[in-house]
Ligand binder design. Structure first.
Ligand code: BTN
Length: 321
């Protein structure tokens, strides 16, 4: 893999052909080895012109979230230091969870081009068409009490918020507890899954699904009224590779803040950005509906609703305004 990214670097240095001999010397490998790398790159979807006597020229790069491509756009840090890329998985959360159980280190990120059992919150399905969106799960191991895990959802939403704003110049909207919306439609959700041991967290899986280049016909019919993608909302196609690198860097930023300053700091930033205080809302929680004025979010991420002068704390549910 290291050699693959090195080979790509040499190919990208020039607009013109690069000789096999040059690459072989640089990498201290044989010309046959270089030829094999070229074949490998072609299998990955790169288009390479091979001309006898002249060498190799990179014609195009596939829009696939290979670790060596995403890494070029990621700031140094722990989140995404190791990326495991798969064409198709059941769910990146399931893959990451198994890896974490087997001891995979903090920061490892599982990325898939599609999922056939993508999981949403509250047992829902997450629509995951091939090579259109981002489906990723990150393993973190904060040494914290399980009660303060929930705000990790907020740090994930904040990272997505910043990434969307940087890319589109538009401010998305944050909706409790984990949604990022644009023009009232959901673009992104986060699903946290955790493993605990007595009073301490062993690991948390941060699963993020961000709809990037999906079209309306690729959205499951039952959620078409509510869900959307960056393409549908801004009428632009986005390169997923830089987007993914930026997202990992923003996750690093907020995760560091969470570790250094604690959960309350993250919840406060989220609360301010979501401009949630004072809003009249309805929350559906397991068949029960609560209507009231939002007083904010407590340090653990629960929403505080003022109903007939009394404060009701709600820890899970769906909000509508
Ligand atoms: C939600 O319901 O809003 C949460 C959706 C989370 C979806 C992502 S896609 C990547 C990761 N793998 C999954 O199976 N789910 C999360």
């Amino acid at each position: 893999m290291d050699n693959i990214s090195e080979v790509l670097k040499f190919l990208r240095e020039k607009q013109d052909c690069v000789s096999g001999d040059y690459i072989a010397k640089k990498l201290k490998v044989s010309r046959t080895a270089v030829w094999k790398y070229m074949n490998q790159l072609e299998r990955y979807g790169y288009v390479i012109n091979k001309s006898k006597g002249k060498g190799y020229m990179l014609v195009s790069t596939p829009d696939r979230l290979y670790p060596w491509e995403v890494d070029k756009y990621r700031n140094a840090g722990v989140i995404g230091k190791k990326i495991i890329h798969r064409d198709i998985v059941d769910s990146t959360n399931i893959v990451a969870f198994k890896l974490a159980l087997a001891g995979e280190e903090e920061g490892t990120c599982v990325i898939a081009e599609s999922q056939n059992r993508g999981k949403g919150r509250l047992g829902r399905k997450w629509c995951s068409p091939v090579e259109k969106n981002l489906y990723l799960s990150i393993i973190v191991r904060p040494p914290i009490h399980p009660s303060v895990v929930y705000p990790i959802t907020f740090l994930s939403s904040l990272a997505v918020y910043d990434t969307i704003e940087e890319l589109t110049g538009e401010k998305p909207m944050l909706k409790w507890p984990n949604d990022v919306l644009m023009h009232g439609k959901k673009l992104c959700g986060t699903l946290l899954e955790l493993s605990t041991e007595a009073d301490i967290v062993r690991f948390v899986i941060i699963g993020i699904g961000l709809n990037v280049n999906m079209n309306v016909d690729e959205i499951d019919e039952e959620i078409r009224q509510k869900a959307s993608s960056l393409l549908m909302e801004t009428k632009k196609v986005y390169e997923r590779i830089p987007l993914c690198g930026k997202l990992l860097s923003n996750l690093e930023k907020y995760y560091l803040q969470f570790r250094q300053k604690g959960e309350e700091e993250i919840v406060r930033i989220w609360e301010e950005r979501a401009a949630i205080k004072g809003k009249y809302m309805e929350i559906n929680q397991m068949g029960e509906s609560y209507k009231g004025i939002c007083e904010g979010v407590d340090r653990y991420g629960a929403i505080l609703l003022s109903i007939d002068g009394k404060t009701k704390k709600i820890i899970a549910g769906d909000v509508s305004f």
